[in-house]
Design a protein around this ligand. Sequence first.
Ligand SMILES: *Cc1c(COP(=O)(O)O)cnc(C)c1O
Length: 377
Amino acid sequence: MLEQAIGFLPSGSTMGDPADAGPLLEMRSAVLREAVAEFTAAFPGVKPFYATKCNPDPGVLRILGEAGCSFEIASTAELRMLTGLLGVPPEDLIFSNPVRARAQTAEAWSAGVRRFAVDSSEELRRTAAVAPGCDVLVRVATAPGDSLVPSEGKFGVGADDAVRLCREAAELGLNVHGLTFHMGSQTLTPEALGRPMDDVRQVITRIAADGLRIELLDIGGGFPARYAERIPPMAEFGRVFALKIKEFPYEVEAVAEPGRCLVASAGTFRCRVIGVASRHGVRWAHTDLGVFNGMMEALESGGELRYPLSDSRGSLATELFNVTGPTCDSQDTFATGVPLSADLREGDEIFVGSAGAYTATYSTRFHGFPLPRVVII
Ligand SMILES: *Cc1c(COP(=O)(O)O)cnc(C)c1O
């Protein structure tokens, strides 16, 4: 009943009890389209397969699809959403989770998904058992480089193992469709793209001796979005890629799996100040948005990911605030020492910019506080 009551509050309304409505994530469709345009301009001919997990709001997915993206999935729930809600053809998707429950591979295969990532002999055999003859992409490891959000280290194998897995895939009757890698998320140095490209070239050259020729290179995601600090232009990543792919022994179709860089800057959280407090000379703004219902990455990145903040009062006189969520957990603080209106008070709004990636989808109902609502504007 409570859920229902919340659902009846008009989006962005200041009526009723605003503290009960929870945070609102506004996604600007024009900015989503611009981000796709910027990416495709930097990577001509490289089709973006948007990483669905990053922001799976149906409205966001629809806009990205219309703007020319296909989709990368990691679960059958994502598959069903894309095919059911948006009518995306399953054969256009890439299932890039390298270890899947057998039932997930089987469901995706029977639904029409052709392409699956793998990074172990075990998964190759499991995949061959339920998706015989499918297309596989062998996942190559990337060195922990200059990514701001720690996300790599779990998947991917070195060049020697990748060569072996390509041979094994062929022996199992699978199609050695391609190679894939993923730099860590929010990678800030374009050179970080060059190293896995060199590894992939090595694998391609070595498997050619076995008569194996790949059709697809999938360069993954990890491209940076603009938060409070400057980032290198996307075109610099594109230049590194263009230089490296020229060294390949033959021409290969390339695709990418951008997530964050397509959706982060389109999103702004509007959250409500539920109270201000001063403790030991430090000013605190308590809001209905916190680490557990949207700002998890502030915690995950150890505060390195700095979201641009402003407030609805907009006073010229500012003071430094710590901004914290509604729970009793001290980990709930998502910004420290940020300038906000000195006379900030209960009921004011705080705007959190660059909030479109890994926020609403990455939230919990810890302590009973509401999940964010997402609207497209
Ligand atoms: C999460 C993920 C992405 C997207 O990463 P971003 O840093 O958001 O660009 C792409 N590919 C794979 C395999 C992923 O796991």
